[in-house]
Design a protein around this ligand. Structure first.
Ligand SMILES: [Zn+2]
Length: 198
């Protein structure tokens, strides 16, 4: 069976989202086409149009309606405390913890010389410009414990330490509600290295 062109286009568009396969995209498309009201569809069109007017915060790189995002312009945020993340997704995860009160720096991508992604992707110039205005007291490097994450963290650690900034990193360890028996050796090793005083 051949789907109508517009319907097929909708399925393909939805299937481009991460974690959404063809079957799920078909289900979502059927929902939108046959169960949503006209006003719900118009609302989605409006939202997609509104997204076009979003920009990246000139200070940290977060999506924002203004030149400066709501985090960078929040007087209650600790502007001396910086957290470096690899993506907006990671930033949302840290924000959802509710435990970080500083501001952010989102890198374009992590270091990966094999793939031609060098230090320029870490946006060092933007960091220099920020530090010229106000030096950071502490920088938290919150990258995944991957080869790229570690390489980027090492580079940024040297960069910040050469400027006299205290550098910390996320502790890696045992997930909440799990048991030692099921934690792999690598994770347990990281947890031992990152042990904290009790
Ligand atoms: Zn910002």
């Amino acid at each position: 069976m051949k789907f109508p062109k517009a319907f097929e286009a909708l399925i393909r568009q939805i299937a481009m989202l991460p974690g959404v396969g063809r079957k799920t995209a078909e289900r979502y498309s059927v929902e939108i086409v046959s169960r949503w009201s006209d006003s719900q569809r118009k609302n989605l069109i409006q939202i997609l149009q509104d997204i076009n007017s979003l920009k990246l915060c000139t200070t940290c790189g977060i999506l924002s309606e203004e030149e400066t995002c709501s985090i960078c312009s929040d007087p209650l945020r600790d502007l001396d405390f910086l957290c470096c993340v690899a993506s907006l997704k990671d930033l949302f995860s840290i924000e959802s913890s509710g435990r970080f009160s500083g501001t952010y720096h989102i890198v374009d991508s992590l270091l990966s010389p094999m793939d031609g992604r060098g230090v320029e992707k870490l946006k060092i110039q933007a960091l220099d410009a920020r530090m010229a205005k106000k030096p950071f007291r502490e920088v938290l490097l919150a990258f995944d414990p991957s080869v790229e994450g570690e390489a980027s963290a090492r580079y940024l650690k040297q960069f910040f330490e050469s400027k006299g900034v205290k550098v910390s990193r996320l502790a890696f360890g045992i997930p909440l509600h799990s048991t030692l028996e099921y934690v792999d050796g690598g994770t347990l090793g990281m947890a031992i290295e990152g042990r904290v005083r009790y």
